[in-house]
Write a protein that binds this ligand. Structure first.
Ligand SMILES: [Zn+2]
Length: 94
């Protein structure tokens, strides 16, 4: 299972940069991360409408909180804070 060595939130470029322990550097936009949310609310929305979350283009990631050794919880500027992003899921994005 991939594990991050370092996670950096770049406000200027609105992106999250993850350095993985396999040497890979991944850059994910805040918008893409918000769109990728798989919390119960966003999954229900996707089931109901056939589409995932559609945040404003200027959405920003405000806070990153660790979730054990397993992943991170992301809090976005629209107040959405329910998304848990496990390492394997994050690693497979973008
Ligand atoms: Zn969500």
């Amino acid at each position: 299972m991939p594990h991050p060595l370092r996670i950096t939130n770049h406000a200027a470029t609105a992106s999250l940069v993850i350095d993985w322990d396999d040497g890979r550097r991944q850059q994910l936009s805040h918008l893409a991360l918000r769109r990728a949310c798989r919390c119960a609310d966003c999954l229900a929305l996707a089931q109901r409408t056939g589409q995932g979350p559609a945040p404003a283009a200027d959405i920003r990631l405000d806070t990153i909180a660790p979730v054990g050794q397993y992943g991170i919880q992301l809090v976005f500027s629209d107040g959405h804070d329910r998304g848990i992003y496990p390492w394997p899921f994050l690693s497979g994005l973008g």
